[in-house]
Design a protein around this ligand. Structure first.
Ligand SMILES: [Zn+2]
Length: 302
């Protein structure tokens, strides 16, 4: 089980600009200045499937820096990665996607990252069931060749590009149907959960319902990280536009209830929100710290 009880951990996505050591130094600076202790970064150019080579020394230095500061990380796979790429339709293309994900997993282990976040998969105009089959095939092929520690973290989606990955059922069942579910965990994106209709944060009991549903589905124990994003667009709109937390359509009360819930204790809270200039995410992190201080009784109920 992934679930680790632990202290409040928050941070953000950091652009590495090709150097993991530089990313590690930025992480340490933000840990000292803002109390952050978890981050996300790209292993390579996110707009290409091209494999990264010659990173070993840089990744090792990065790992030493992060371990020394007790900072946890996850890697975000390339935007162009599509785990619903069909092996039958184009074997060469399928291999290119599988190799890109494997490359990310190897780099994750080298940098000491917990896992690699992957979007659920894009099917465009194809049949949904075939899409699920293709995703399972991809995850099986990749995990059959993967013997390291880094996990594949399936991220729930906003609802476009074929509409896959918008329910806890899809996340949990796809994981369970794979040959090696122990190598697969989840990353919950709060903006996607809201705009897809998974989390009705407008209802007074909307968060309690999501938490209960996740308990029923046995989803929460396998969540490694939360992409803590507010939404610019309305509930159910399927529009994937992130807003700084407290400044979008998601009620701050609902976000507070979700983040301070027992189910999310000890998970990495990672912002993927637009940075507010020089001050970066200071105000958003302050908000999270305040919610935790106000819910002291909850946060200590491990
Ligand atoms: Zn996300």
């Amino acid at each position: 089980m992934l679930s680790k009880k632990g202290p409040l951990r928050y941070g953000c996505h950091i652009r590495s600009h090709g150097s993991f050591t530089q990313m590690g130094n930025t992480a340490i600076r933000l840990a000292e200045l803002e109390g952050c202790s978890c981050f996300q970064f790209f292993a390579k150019n996110p707009r290409s499937l091209q494999l990264k080579i010659g990173y070993e020394h840089d990744a090792h230095e990065c790992r030493l820096l992060l371990d020394g500061a007790s900072i946890q990380t996850i890697i975000h796979s390339a935007y162009v990665l599509n785990i619903a790429t069909s092996m039958q339709a184009d074997d060469t293309l399928f291999k290119a996607h599988a190799m890109s994900l494997l490359n990310d997993l190897v780099i994750a282990d080298a940098c000491g990252a917990v896992g690699v976040v992957v979007h659920f998969g894009v099917i465009k105009h194809r049949d949904k069931l075939q899409g699920y089959r293709d995703i399972i095939t991809m995850l099986n092929v990749v995990t059959d060749s993967w013997h390291g520690n880094a996990l594949i973290l399936l991220e729930n989606q906003a609802g476009l590009h074929g509409g896959l990955g918008v329910t806890l059922e899809e996340c949990v069942h796809i994981r369970n149907l794979c040959r090696k579910p122990d190598q697969i965990g989840f990353c919950l994106d709060t903006c996607h959960a809201y705009v897809s209709g998974m989390w009705n944060a407008n209802l007074p009991d909307g968060t309690a319902r999501l938490l209960e549903h996740g308990r029923h589905m046995d989803y929460w124990p396998y969540v490694a990280a939360v992409h803590v994003n507010d939404a610019q667009a309305a509930y159910g709109s399927k529009r994937d536009r992130h807003a700084p937390i407290g400044q979008g359509k998601i009620s701050p009360t609902a976000m507070e209830q979700l983040l301070t819930s027992t189910e999310l204790q000890g998970k990495m809270f990672i912002l993927e929100t637009p940075e507010s200039g020089e001050r970066l995410h200071s105000e958003e992190w302050e908000l999270i710290r305040t919610w935790y201080a106000l819910n002291d009784h909850t946060s200590h109920h491990y």
